[in-house]
Design a protein around this ligand. Structure first.
Ligand SMILES: *[C@@H]1O[C@H](CO)[C@@H](O)[C@H](O)[C@H]1NC(C)=O
Ligand SMILES: CC(=O)N[C@H]1CO[C@H](CO)[C@@H](O)[C@@H]1O
Length: 304
């Protein structure tokens, strides 16, 4: 009798939990809400804005009437993207060439560049990709370490330091930080990748609690594989979600959750990973991700 009740109670709990998850997922990913980015301010600042998700985000924000300040490494590409944005959308753009792996003085330049702009939205998108090898096997470990610290971690902290005070003063603002999906798992050959993504994720979420009472919305986004240049090693780009579909889905979630996978397919993928025991994850990650990825990276390197 007692066991029967325990069984019924457990089943009921699991059913309620599942229904809750599904409802939450549907709310986030299927009921796309129109987000008015202009209510946060006139300008959006995007780092790493010339490729992939950063570039698509720039176009989608411009299509909603946002002026775009682009910060990236390659002057030529910056100019082209800015020109394209201005020709398609009736907005202003500003560009600054910055290599986020340079010394900390770059942030003085960025602060000058952004001085006086009514910045509503900051998109921290810049990031590096590491080789899929063990820590000591990176082809230039010093460079890897420098990139992890400067490009992936420091850039988010410093950009927040520059932009957030103005937002707090105006009592409005939106900060979007992009990290990546395989977040809470310790995975062999991703030792120099996943920890930094967790850092970005936790920093954003903690900050969102700290500043929500001041009218600031902060969201951490954890994309899975999206069809961009950096995802090339992880499979057939044709089969991946396009940057356009991804950003359309993701940008509809910005004030609905402190963190998101951005797209329902990535949410399902992450849900499955979370159900798998860590020991098995090593094997599966090797099989589906690390080995094919490392091989594809080698091939890409050869064909360069
Ligand atoms: C490794 O990267 C550093 C920059 O941190 C650079 O100075 C050095 O020349 C690189 N070494 C090789 C072998 O490429
Ligand atoms: C530090 C970090 O996680 N940066 C990521 C920002 O978002 C882009 C696009 O998804 C990733 O490629 C970076 O690794």
């Amino acid at each position: 009798m007692v066991f029967q009740w325990i069984g019924i109670a457990t089943t009921t709990y699991l059913v309620i939990k599942l229904v809750y998850y599904l409802a939450q997922g549907a709310y986030l990913y299927f009921f796309r809400t129109y987000q008015d980015f202009n209510k946060y301010g006139k300008w959006s600042v995007i780092t790493g804005a010339t490729d992939g998700i950063g570039k698509e985000t720039a176009f989608q924000l411009a299509s909603r009437g946002q002026n775009i300040a682009l910060i990236s490494r390659n002057t030529e590409r910056l100019k082209n993207v800015a020109k394209e944005i201005e020709s398609k959308h009736n907005v202003q753009t500003k560009c600054l060439t910055i290599d986020f792996s340079d010394d900390e003085e770059i942030y003085d330049k960025i602060a000058d560049f952004l001085q006086g702009l009514d910045i509503g939205t900051l998109v921290n998108n810049v990031g590096t990709d590491q080789e899929l090898v063990r820590f000591l096997e990176q082809s230039n470990l010093s460079l890897t370490i420098r990139n992890l610290v400067r490009v992936d971690a420091l850039s988010i902290l410093k950009m927040t330091q520059i932009v957030l005070p103005g937002m707090v003063k105006r009592k409005r603002g939106l900060i979007l930080n992009l990290s990546g999906m395989p977040i809470p798992f310790p995975i062999r050959k991703l030792a120099s990748t996943t920890p930094i993504k967790s850092f970005v994720d936790l920093f954003s979420r903690a900050l969102s609690y700290e500043y929500e009472s001041e009218g600031i919305t902060i969201q951490s986004c954890r994309p899975g594989a999206v069809a961009t240049k950096t995802a090339q090693p992880y499979g057939d780009l044709e089969k991946m979600i396009s940057t356009k579909d991804y950003c359309t889905s993701w940008l509809a979630t910005v004030d609905k959750a402190r963190w998101t996978h951005g797209h329902w397919q990535h949410a399902v993928e992450a849900w499955v990973w979370h159900k798998i025991p860590t020991a098995l994850i090593q094997k599966l990650a090797d099989y589906f991700y690390i080995e094919p990825g490392a091989k594809a990276m080698q091939d890409l390197e050869k064909n360069k």
